[in-house]
Design a protein around this ligand. Sequence first.
Ligand code: AMP
Ligand code: MG
Length: 407
Amino acid sequence: MIPVKEAKSIIHKHIPLSGTETVLLKDAGNRILAQDIIATFPMPSFDNSAMDGFAVRAVDTKGTDQSFPVTLKMIGVSSAGSPGDITLGPGECAQCMTGAIIPNGADAIVMVEDTSGFSDTDSVQIFQEAKIGKHIRKKGEEIQDGDVLIPKGTCITPNEIGTLATFGYGEISVAQKPRIAIFGTGDELVEPGIKLKPGQIYNSNLYIFAELAEKSGVEVIMRDVIKDDRKLLRAFLSKALKTCDMVISSGGVSMGRFDYVRDVLMELGVKEHFWKVAQKPGKPFFFGTGESTLIFGLPGNPISSYIGFMEWVWPVLDVMMGKPEQNFLTGILKASFPREKVKCRFLFGKAWMEDGKLVCRPSSKMGSHMLSSSLEANCILGSATGDSSLQPGEEIRINVLPWKNIK
Ligand code: AMP
Ligand code: MG
């Protein structure tokens, strides 16, 4: 059994980086940028109006108000996308719509509400003095040509995709999705929807894995539930080792008489880096490497395999795709947390804000088979080894499940 820290550092030495591929912007959601996104022009890219109104020379509106409006000659219309070719001389103005180019010679916009309004006549009354620059969005005021807009490694969410579109990126370079094989193993496993016989249970872990894989942004290309049978395991694994960047299994990797996963992996030439880690839950935990495949053999208890995926596999997938290292939060315990003398302890938990502080408590169901402990959870709480429980008021590391909120 090796300490968690050592296991992490072993894994980190073996993480390959994903290749890159080009995708259309419409397909880029949830992908990880493989290039810095640079502004190839300033934003705004031209001086334009922030209001529907009249482009004027501020000097021509001096002293005007509701009682003594100035009348200007209206010489044209600049609308969004159709600038016209307009140059204002003294006493002249032009209709200018939101987003439209500011005509030459104009230095302010008077909004239409402060005028006699839009019409087809060639004059307009201005009721409000204009200040130079008023209601004009200046070229480059938001972003300069050459600015780094979004760094490589960023996950493309609604926040990024609009900016990519704004700067005309029709296609972008992203990390290839790691190709993953997931499988569960156990003679007792039955698919949901089928009637259980005595001693059988439903396979839940593979459904969790598939969902986690989807959320983490990888592609599951092999998925199966396999009997505790060397031949069947061998058939699945030999194909997976040839075609996948990562294999993630649940079950069949402990001390049980029918736990064949480890044996079969070794027979297939996988190099074992470790098999047991000082953690609870999830001590039987195999990590190995094939020619170009990482293999994570997680134990079958649903909490062990779920937490194992989130604590061990998810961060590796992030690194493969070039995402920055995850930062954990720290919260204050509202209930005690059972530490272990020689093992790191992980439990599903709930974190929430109270009086402006981040607080949390572990699930009251602590067994590694008690999957319902995930139902109320929005995080995984984790503590290092210790002689006694952490007490309410003490701090603990919080790994927020990325698809959950803290309220
Ligand atoms: P194992 O690691 O194979 O010894 O399995 C440990 C426990 O997890 C046993 O009670 C199994 O029945 C259970 N288990 C294994 N695989 C799954 C699965 N895919 N879904 C739900 N429970 C499982
Ligand atoms: Mg089993």
